[in-house]
Design a protein around this ligand. Structure first.
Ligand code: GSH
Length: 210
């Protein structure tokens, strides 16, 4: 069975858990507590020298770092990867964009506001910059979703899962989601897809496995 190293509350980890749940891939989880510095422990660095989660150890002994690479591998040949070449390229485009728009802006703003608020005051200028860049990204998504139901082609795909990871918790980083009605409608569609599971629900499993 695949084993996912993950930490509680991470959008990057949730993306991978959500996908495996939705396509019915059995997996175990190992909690690596970022707040306790466990990603930098000697034991964990021996498993993943990059010292980050998520990290996926496949049943066949191969490993994958980077959440979006995991999504691409796990969804290969399933209904969550578009059939047409061009739709797959658009999927890839959104997933690369996610790592330069959401991951470095929405994610750290949320982290310092909702997860480690004691860091907030000392980082208020950085948070303001992340919020400004994050809002720019959310505006781009909102405009696109005004005309499209899904990000890549006509169907739900791992591009949606990838972007959903941090978009659906952006309000925790004090992003005003009322400004983005088309994102809200898209998030509601994602939550209606078959075998959807919320972050708190699937993260409960992670805590139990700690
Ligand atoms: N680009 C990576 C980002 C991974 C990442 O930054 N993970 C965070 C948790 S969301 C982490 O491991 N932080 C702990 C650390 O850097 O020690 C991905 O998409 O998987």
């Amino acid at each position: 069975m695949h084993k996912l190293y993950a930490t509680y509350g991470s959008g990057n980890c949730y993306k991978v858990q959500l996908l495996m749940h939705q396509i019915g891939i059995p997996f175990t989880v190992k909690n690596i507590d970022v707040l306790k510095g466990e990603t930098k422990s000697e034991a964990y660095l021996a498993i993943n020298p990059n010292g980050k989660v998520p990290f996926l150890s496949l049943e066949n002994g191969e490993t994958i770092g980077e959440s979006n690479a995991m999504l691409q591998h796990l969804a290969h040949g399933t209904h969550l990867t578009p059939e047409s070449h061009f739709d797959r390229i658009k999927m890839f485009e959104w997933m690369l964009w996610e790592q330069s728009s959401h991951e470095p802006n929405i994610s750290p703003a949320r982290f310092m506001i909702a997860i480690l608020p004691e860091l907030r005051e000392a980082n208020k200028d950085r948070i303001a910059e992340w919020q400004q860049k994050g809002n720019k990204a959310l505006g781009i998504m909102n405009n696109y979703l005004a005309k499209h139901d899904w990000l890549a082609g006509e169907k739900y795909s791992i591009a949606d899962i990838s972007l959903y990871g941090y978009t659906h918790v952006a309000h925790e980083g004090e992003f005003d989601m009322d400004q983005y009605p088309h994102i809200q409608a898209w998030m509601a569609r994602v939550a209606e897809t078959p075998n959807y599971i919320s972050m708190p629900e699937i993260m409960q499993d992670l805590l139990k496995a700690a």
